[in-house]
Design a protein around this ligand. Structure first.
Ligand SMILES: Cc1cc2nc3c(=O)[nH]c(=O)nc-3n(C[C@H](O)[C@H](O)[C@H](O)COP(=O)(O)O)c2cc1C
Length: 218
């Protein structure tokens, strides 16, 4: 491995100084606090502000993470769409604890949200499926997400095959293995980078439908 690159990585240092987060400023609802920060991320033109790291844990306790796109949120939870037979889908079918994490470098902010996962109802998933570009809908049929394939040709041929299958069909049906998931949070943590690594961290936990906040040491 390159020594100079490792030296470079070791010397990368960024001081955080843009903003602060205090108990007086935060909203009593973590969902509202999320909305305020997401709105600011959108206004700050953070690239793909809805991209979030999703961590799942297998039945053997082995964690894995990947980026997915947030497609909606309200007081019920945070919605994203995927293939239910994928690596993450298999994890969540056996262990419904999951965690999502947003990092918005332009705002020096991170949000961690932990909770349990449940499937969205078929109607909501189907409506969202039909709102996607036609090519993405065909892609959902063509990709056996997370399965090992022989070559890129495998998926390209499957795409051509399904394009042909649905050629004269105006509304492509949603595959049963594809749909939405809802992360229902029990914990939020809002992180604001501060000078000298003395970051602000405010954690919300839910106790009998009541959200309580605590400050965490950076
Ligand atoms: C910016 C970005 C957005 C993505 N959005 C999604 C998504 O919304 N749903 C999804 O299934 N995969 C999405 N992916 C691909 C996933 O990161 C991942 O490769 C895929 O879901 C397979 O993950 P798994 O094998 O862990 O199940 C996205 C990747 C990136 C980099």
């Amino acid at each position: 491995m390159s020594t100079s690159l490792n030296q470079k990585i070791q010397s990368l240092r960024k001081e955080y100084s843009t903003a602060s987060l205090s108990e007086q400023d935060i909203h009593s609802s973590p969902f509202m606090q999320f909305e305020i920060w997401m709105q600011q991320a959108v206004e700050a033109l953070v690239p793909e502000p809805n991209a979030m790291n999703l961590s799942t844990v297998s039945s053997l306790g082995k964690p894995s993470s990947r980026i997915v796109l947030l497609r909606g949120f309200d007081e019920n939870g945070f919605t994203f769409y995927t293939n239910y037979n994928s690596h993450k889908g298999n994890d969540m079918a056996k262990n419904n604890f999951a965690c999502i994490n947003f990092f918005w470098p332009e705002l020096e902010r991170q949000i961690r949200i932990e909770g349990i996962i449940e499937k969205l109802d078929e109607q909501t998933s189907t409506e969202y499926f039909h709102s996607r570009p036609r090519e993405s809908q065909i892609g959902a049929w063509a990709s056996n997400q997370s399965a090992v394939i022989e070559s890129r040709k495998t998926v390209e041929e499957a795409f051509i095959k399904y394009s042909e299958t649905f050629k004269n069909i105006e509304q492509i049906p949603k595959p049963a293995h594809w749909g939405g998931l809802l992360l229902k949070p029990d914990t939020f943590e809002f992180w604001q980078g501060r000078a000298s690594r003395l970051h602000d961290r405010i954690k919300y936990t839910c106790d009998k439908n009541n959200w309580e906040t605590e400050r965490l040491s950076p």
